[in-house]
Write a protein that binds this ligand. Structure first.
Ligand SMILES: [Zn+2]
Length: 59
């Protein structure tokens, strides 16, 4: 098995939080101010560190 470099299910990523219903609202808030999108899974967030493979939407 080869190691996964970018794991979208890594803890603290919005990608993972989306699976948690309680965190969904927080993710929604973050998405409202989305400035980055995850190239791996397509989630959006206001902070790059919330995503596993962030791409700036401002660029
Ligand atoms: Zn992701």
């Amino acid at each position: 098995m080869e190691e996964t470099k970018k794991d979208c299910r890594a803890k603290k990523h919005l990608c993972d939080l989306m699976a948690d219903k309680a965190a969904f609202e927080a993710v929604k808030e973050a998405a409202k101010n989305a400035r980055f999108i995850c190239k791996a899974c397509g989630r959006t967030a206001g902070k790059a560190e919330s995503l596993c493979d962030p791409l700036s939407l401002d660029a």
